[in-house]
Design a protein around this ligand. Structure first.
Ligand code: ACO
Length: 331
């Protein structure tokens, strides 16, 4: 039996309206625009409005995708949402999205892969296409990181923003390539370097956990940086070597947007021309599961991707989780 391949047929994204610049943050924490730009490449980020949850961002990204593809939500079979900031523990954000967009026949679930959440979700969705089980899978990466950030902690509050991106997976036609290969990894020994200590079954919410700020992102930035530089560069190079594809064949490299210096390390390692790298960290900061699909959607809208182009995506994040996906654009 032939193995079906999945292809991405449309992409959409959504960013909340409110912009928060480094200069604005400089007024409330001991930091500076110069420090943030030099160490991270971030100039501003978007922040969700009060009451605007992850599902709201995801719904807007999904609606924009459906419009571009010209299909109704009732055609979707499955919805997978990569997120670490679900609206609530349950119901899943995927169920909320399913209801809000009117995807009447779809089932769905959330997937927790932190900054690799989108690539994990993409590969999961692609398996349902490959198995012949589904024909239209909506894969979303969405996070409202500002809901779990301590805005008094300068080491973390400057790094993140809110946003959502979405893609539609469908079976590739005869002769089309679509998603070519995927490498996904995890290493739980990295958990202690980047985590949210409270709110789960280990440290259920209490007055004490709130007073001790345990519902916020805690990280050892230096260690995260060290592992991310190596992890993302290695997994990007590895998938090219495995498929015998020279980096000069890659039309666009879409890396997770955590820090411009992490991106540059991976780009240097592959000897890629900077014009082939998608970067929007300056405008949106790190939107966790949102970064890669937002970059992809912006690149398609901007005419940077044409049918037949080879695209490489790569991520590294909490867990540790990391991965790379190689595909040929067929839309
Ligand atoms: N403004 C000004 N000074 C700051 C700030 C800030 N916002 N944050 C930290 N500093 C200070 C530190 O306190 C330290 O001061 P000290 O020397 O007096 O102790 C000094 O700046 C240098 O701090 P470092 O941690 O050594 O700075 P570094 O160059 O490592 O950059 C950063 C810090 C930007 C956090 C970097 O380590 C990083 O990007 N790490 C990756 C973190 C990340 O991206 N996490 C997101 C999720 S994981 C992922 O997406 C891959």
């Amino acid at each position: 039996m032939d193995i079906l391949r999945a292809k991405i047929t449309a992409a959409g994204h959504y960013l909340p309206e409110r912009r928060v610049t480094n200069l604005e943050l400089q007024k409330t924490v001991d930091t500076s625009d110069d420090w943030i730009v030099e160490r991270t490449g971030i100039r501003e980020r978007r922040v969700a409005a009060k009451g605007q949850a992850t599902s709201d961002l995801a719904v807007e990204a999904a609606k924009s995708l459906l419009k571009k593809r010209g299909i109704d939500a009732s055609e979707i079979d499955l919805i997978i949402v990569g997120t670490v900031t679900p609206d609530m523990f349950f119901p899943s954000t995927a169920c909320l999205v399913q209801h809000k967009i009117g995807a009447k026949k779809a089932w769905g679930f959330d997937l927790s892969g932190a900054c690799s959440g989108f690539l994990y979700a993409l590969q999961t969705g692609a398996q349902f296409i490959a198995a012949g089980a589904h024909k239209k899978v909506l894969v979303i990466g969405a996070d409202v990181m500002t809901s779990i950030i301590d805005f008094e902690d300068r080491a973390t509050c400057v790094l993140f923003g809110d946003g959502a991106g979405a893609v539609l997976l469908e079976p590739a036609e005869a002769g089309e390539v679509g998603i070519m290969d995927c490498l996904l990894r995890s290493d739980g020994s990295g958990g202690e370097h980047l985590y949210m200590p409270a709110g789960g079954s280990l440290n259920p919410p209490s007055v004490e956990t709130v007073q001790r700020k345990m519902h916020y992102v805690h990280q050892d930035g230096k260690n995260v940086f060290r592992y991310a530089v190596r992890g993302m560069a290695d997994i990007s190079a590895e998938i090219l070597e495995k498929n015998s594809i020279p980096s000069s064949d890659i039309k666009l490299y879409i890396p997770h947007q955590a820090n411009l210096r992490i991106i540059k390390a991976a780009v240097d390692r592959m000897k890629l021309d900077e014009s082939r790298v998608v970067v929007n960290i300056d405008r949106f900061a790190n939107t966790t599961a949102g970064t890669i699909p937002i970059c992809l959607s912006e690149a398609v809208e901007g005419g940077r991707i044409q049918k037949g182009d080879k695209i490489l995506m790569a991520s590294f994040g909490a867990g540790w989780t990391w991965g790379s996906v190689l595909m040929q654009w067929e839309a």
